[in-house]
Design a protein around this ligand. Structure first.
Ligand code: CA
Ligand code: CA
Ligand code: CA
Length: 260
C-alpha cells in the first residue's frame, strides 16, 4: 500500500475518534445542564403545594436557605433565613433578610457563633453593633490572645453614639483586657490604672486590692466599682473635702471631685 494512503487512513481514523469523543462530551454536558434545571424544577414542584409552615420546617431541617425564599409570609421568611444562617455559621445569608432588626440580630449571632467555633476574634470586628462586639470579645478572649491579635481586628461597627457606647473601640477594649490579664499576673497596680474602660479597671483593681466591687469601705454611698467609675477615692468619703459625701454628690448630680 502507498505510504501516503496509509497515513491518510490513520489520520481519518483519529479524526473519527475525536468527533465521537466530542459528540459524547457535548451530549454529557447537555445532560448535566438539563439535570440542574430538573433539580431546580423539582424543588419548585416539591414546595409548590406546601404551606409556609411546612416549607419553614423543611428549610430549617435541611438547612437550605433557598427553601426560605419560597415562604410567602415575609416575617417567617426572615426568621427562616436567620435560623439557617446561624446553623450554617454563614452571616452572608443574613443579607437576604428584609427586617433590619432581624438582619442585625442574625449577623451578630452567626458571627459570634463563628468566633466561638474557630476562636478567631478578628471576626468580632465584623459585628456592626458595639454592644455585641464587646460581648464577642469578652466571651472569646483567651489566654493566648495578644495585643497583636487585638490590633488585627478591623472595626465594622457603625458610629453608635447612643447608650454610652460612644467611647467603645473594639481594638482598645481588647488591648485593655490584655492589660488586665498582665496586671493580674504581675500583681501590677500601675498597669491596672492604665486601663481606660472603667468596668475593666474596677475589676482589675478590686482583684489586686482584694476588695469586693460592691463594698463601700468609706461609707459614702458609692461602692468600690462606682468610686472607680467616678474616679473618686474609695478610702475617702468626701474626695473634694467640701462637706458633701461622694455618694450624695453623685446622687444629686454634683461633681464629687471639685467645684459644684
Ligand atoms: Ca465608697
Ligand atoms: Ca469615696
Ligand atoms: Ca464632696
Amino acid at each position: 500500500m502507498n505510504k501516503k494512503i496509509k497515513y491518510l487512513i490513520i489520520l481519518a481514523f483519529f479524526i473519527i475518534i475525536i468527533i465521537i469523543a466530542l459528540y459524547f462530551f457535548i451530549n454529557n454536558k447537555k445532560d448535566i445542564f438539563v439535570n440542574e434545571n430538573d433539580v431546580e424544577k423539582d424543588t419548585d414542584e416539591k414546595l409548590l403545594n406546601l404551606s409556609d409552615n411546612e416549607i419553614y420546617n423543611l428549610a430549617t431541617e435541611e438547612n437550605n436557605e433557598n427553601y426560605c425564599s419560597k415562604i410567602k409570609d415575609i416575617y417567617s421568611q426572615d426568621v427562616c433565613y436567620k435560623l439557617v444562617a446561624i446553623s450554617k455559621l454563614d452571616s452572608e445569608i443574613c443579607n437576604k433578610i428584609d427586617d433590619e432588626n432581624i438582619r442585625l440580630n442574625c449577623k451578630n449571632i452567626s458571627l459570634s457563633k463563628a468566633v466561638e467555633k474557630n476562636g478567631n476574634i478578628e471576626i468580632c470586628g465584623q459585628i456592626t453593633e458595639k454592644k455585641s462586639q464587646k460581648k464577642c470579645i469578652n466571651d472569646n478572649f483567651n489566654y493566648k490572645t495578644t495585643i497583636n491579635d487585638c490590633q488585627k481586628i478591623i472595626d465594622y461597627s457603625s458610629s453608635d453614639t447612643t447608650n454610652g457606647w460612644k467611647d467603645f473601640e473594639i481594638n482598645k477594649y481588647c488591648n485593655n483586657i490584655v492589660l488586665f490579664r498582665e496586671a493580674v499576673a504581675d500583681n501590677n497596680i500601675a498597669k491596672c490604672k492604665e486601663i481606660f474602660y472603667s468596668d475593666l479597671k474596677a475589676g482589675c483593681l478590686s482583684r489586686l486590692y482584694n476588695i469586693s466591687l460592691t463594698s463601700d469601705n468609706d461609707n459614702d454611698g458609692l461602692n468600690f466599682r462606682d468610686e472607680i467609675i467616678y474616679q473618686t477615692d474609695p478610702d475617702n468619703p468626701d474626695s473634694d473635702d467640701d462637706g458633701f459625701l461622694d455618694g450624695e454628690e453623685i446622687k444629686n448630680k454634683y461633681d464629687p471631685k471639685g467645684e459644684g
